[in-house]
Design a protein around this ligand. Structure first.
Ligand code: BEZ
Length: 211
């Protein structure tokens, strides 16, 4: 069975472009974003690695670390990194796991044979500081990921872990949020002294509390 939300992210040891790691130790108290890439020296992956590297400050702001896996060797990853710096204007600033034995790809069910071959699809796992899987996304090999969406969901998870709210469709950090449907109006008054706009008893909009 595949990994589900709320499962503990499986631990592993692996060789990476930044040396040998124990995944859970490497995560420490951070959020983690583990992403698979079908292969080195391929066009979409090259743009994605560059995009991830350029977003380092955004990951840092959220206490999150990026790490990527491809079933090629660390030696290949290092050679490819030079192409990424040259073509994308930013060298990888996070570990790239060498997974020639497909240990990590298989552990995280990243190879979907009906998608054409035995390379990985573009999986995303967002992992919280308790090592729980909080978001999974699976993209086809032909479509590069939307990194703004990954950051947006981390923002939502961090907000909703700390406040009694949920976030509506297409929410962006700073937009109005939904008072948790689990709260009665009496309880909601304690948490939202400035009130809310009740569109329906189950749909109460309020200002984002940490703004
Ligand atoms: C790419 O990154 O461009 C790619 C890799 C594997 C299959 C298809 C596209």
């Amino acid at each position: 069975m595949g990994l589900r939300l709320g499962d503990t992210a499986p631990n592993f040891t692996a060789d990476t472009t930044e040396g040998e790691i124990d995944f859970h130790q490497w995560l420490g108290d951070s959020w983690g974003v583990l992403m698979s890439h079908p292969a080195d020296f391929t066009p979409v992956c090259t743009t994605e690695i560059g995009a991830t590297a350029k977003l380092k400050d955004e990951f840092d702001k959220r206490g999150a670390k990026a790490i990527v896996v491809s079933v090629d060797s660390v030696e290949d990853h290092k050679a490819w990194s030079r192409d990424i710096e040259e073509t994308q204007g930013c060298a990888p600033n996070f570990p790239i796991i060498g997974d020639t034995d497909r240990k990590v790809a298989e552990l995280y069910d990243m190879i979907h044979p009906n998608e054409g071959d035995t390379s990985t699809v573009r999986s995303v796992f967002v992992i919280d500081p308790n090592k729980k899987i909080r978001l999974t996304l699976t993209y086809p090999k032909s479509a590069g990921r939307n990194f703004a969406e990954i950051l947006r969901v981390i923002d939502s998870l961090q907000l909703t872990d700390n406040y009694k709210v949920t976030t509506p469709a297409d929410w962006q950090n700073g937009d109005d949020v939904i008072v948790s449907p689990a709260l009665s109006n009496e309880e909601a008054k304690q948490h939202f002294p400035n009130g809310w706009n009740e569109l329906k008893p189950y749909l109460r909009m309020t200002k984002q509390p940490n703004r």
